[in-house]
Ligand binder design. Structure first.
Ligand code: 6AU
Length: 264
């Protein structure tokens, strides 16, 4: 589609969600389409990764519920680091319940995700009520939501009509839903009308998968061939001997693929 050949900044005007506009401009400003999946289990490690890798990323992705020693100082510290290094925080919560329940899960409980995570995500499986419930909490706080249109894992049920129906659900909620977790830019009915951001996990330049069904592709395959916008990289970076050196490599690979795509 023609959106893929435009710069992030040029595309910002086509988004109804403020956070998407912020993210698109941030990516061009920092020259990065890299998101780190910081799947570590201690708050010290998590905050260290945010501080060390902050300069090279656009989005810091958390699974806050895997921390062994979580307390409310964590989101405070993450927020300060997000301001220091100019990145957005994405809590990868993968909500999947009815609207009324996800509203409470987003706003309340131990983590109070809506109070600190700029971005979160949800499975479309319950139907559109999940988006409406999350929107009631998130929109007044100027948050943004991603829907899981496809997954990176082997045998995923999120494909075909399910993915296309997810796209339609997003299109009806563009004030809050600004994009997808997906493996490729999905074909639009009216290609010129609606732009979305695609954030894509399952990225490694070293491995083709893990022992539990994860499947990896390269930054070039994701950004250049599949038209996705942000590469999400976890173990390939934080599991390396030198995570900073590795992050720089992925930043460069992702950015070069974007430059090649927009020059076509
Ligand atoms: O690079 P990895 O394999 O170490 O980590 C990939 C990260 C993990 C997963 O929970 C997440 O990406 N993920 C997601 C997301 C972001 O929603 C969806 C998906 O289909 N596959 C996937 O791996 O934190």
């Amino acid at each position: 589609s023609s959106f893929a050949s435009q710069t992030y900044t040029a595309r910002a005007a086509g988004f109804a969600n403020d956070l998407a506009v912020q993210l698109l401009k941030l990516m061009d400003r920092k020259k990065t389409n890299l998101s780190i999946a910081a799947d570590v289990t201690s708050k010290a490690e998590l905050l260290q990764l945010a501080d060390l890798l902050g300069p090279y990323i656009c989005v810091f992705k958390t699974h806050i519920d895997i921390l062994d020693d979580y307390d409310s100082s964590v989101p405070e510290a993450l927020t300060a680091l997000a301001e220091k290094h100019d990145f957005l925080i994405f809590e990868d919560r993968k909500f999947a319940d009815i609207g009324s329940t996800v509203k409470a899960q987003y706003q309340s409980g131990v983590y109070k995700i809506a109070s600190w995570a700029h971005i979160t995500n949800a499975h479309p499986i319950p139907g559109e009520g999940i988006v409406h419930g999350l929107k009631e909490v998130g929109l007044p706080l100027k948050r943004g939501l991603l829907l899981l249109a496809e997954m990176s894992s082997k045998g995923t049920l999120a494909q075909g009509k399910y993915s296309m129906d997810t796209l339609a659900m997003a299109a009806r909620n563009r004030d809050f839903v600004f994009g997808f977790i997906g493996q490729r830019r999905l074909p639009l009915d009216e290609p010129e009308k609606e732009d979305f951001l695609y954030l894509t996990p399952g990225v490694s330049m070293a491995q083709s998968g893990d022992s539990l069904g994860q499947q990896y592709r390269s930054p070039e395959q994701v950004v250049l061939e599949s038209g996705c916008d942000v590469i999400i990289v976890g173990r390939a970076i934080y599991g390396a001997a030198d995570p900073v050196a590795e992050a720089k490599k992925y930043q460069e690979a992702g950015w070069n693929a974007y430059l090649q795509r927009t020059r076509r």
